[in-house]
Design a binder for this molecule. Structure first.
Ligand code: 13P
Length: 248
């Protein structure tokens, strides 16, 4: 299967202008053409400067409004993100679902708006510890991701990120067997709902405490096509080893 690896950083609510040197350093390490795509999703306030600090490197955002424009105080449209040079946006992150009560339908609408506005999307899914312990993780996540996808499911313009909530920022990575099971189940469900070709070409990223030390093991799995990285994407020193693991 010739899926290109994608390693995306999610800076969350971290980063000011003095951190842009990290973006430049990450972009330089990512430069070599090797079948791996790399992106960093920064806070809105840094997008334009990050694009300038790393010409040719993919800078993304972490949220987008579902409407193209309108009376939405404090929100950001896809056209605004594209206007400052963003090329990709994360939607449906568990932190947005939890803190902003975003539903699967909200996530799908945001993904639609992003695609319509010319942005690629990373659509997130992932189960809570309670759901995992109840033995319902696979069924819950598969239902969640199918309901969160945009109307047009085009693997050339989107990726899925599986991020178990209990693994985010905790240092706990899911068991390799659980990651392999979940990624295979998501791909099988995609095939059922959207056809074999879409499923075969869709990149499914893992997220949750990915570090330089555990990336190679994750990337060796057949259905793991990259990573969505939080804390370890904030510095080139920590992020570049993850990019290198994807190259190998
Ligand atoms: P950490 O890599 O910090 O666990 O965060 C994962 C994540 O939520 C990326 O979107």
């Amino acid at each position: 299967m010739a899926r290109r690896m994608l390693v995306a950083g999610n800076w969350k609510m971290h980063g000011v202008r003095s951190d842009l040197g990290e973006i430049t350093a990450i972009s330089m390490a990512a430069e070599t053409e090797n079948g791996t795509d790399v992106a960093v999703c920064v806070p809105f306030t840094l997008i334009e400067r990050a694009v300038a600090a790393a010409p040719g490197f993919v800078i993304g955002a972490q949220d987008v409004h579902a409407s193209a424009k309108g009376a939405h105080t404090g929100d950001i449209s896809a056209a605004m993100l594209a206007d400052v040079g963003a090329e990709i946006v994360i939607v449906g992150h568990s932190e947005r679902r939890a803190a902003h009560h975003e539903t699967n339908a909200d996530t799908a609408a945001k993904a639609d708006a992003a695609l319509a506005g010319g942005l690629d999307v990373i659509v997130c899914c992932g189960e809570s510890l309670e759901v995992r312990e109840a033995g319902k993780a696979v069924a819950t996540v598969c239902d969640q991701i199918i309901a969160s996808l945009p109307g047009t499911v085009d693997p050339a313009r989107m990726a899925i990120a599986y991020e178990p909530i209990w693994a985010i920022g905790t240092g706990k990575v899911a068991q390799p067997s659980d990651v392999a099971e979940m990624h295979a189940a998501i791909r099988a469900r995609l095939a059922k709902e959207h056809g074999d070709e879409t499923a075969a070409n869709m990149r499914i990223l893992y997220g949750g405490s990915v570090k330089g030390e555990n990336a190679a093991e994750l990337f060796a799995m057949e259905d793991v096509d990259g990573a969505l990285v939080g804390g370890a994407s904030l510095t080139a020193a920590q992020f570049v080893p993850i990019i290198d693991a994807a190259k190998n």
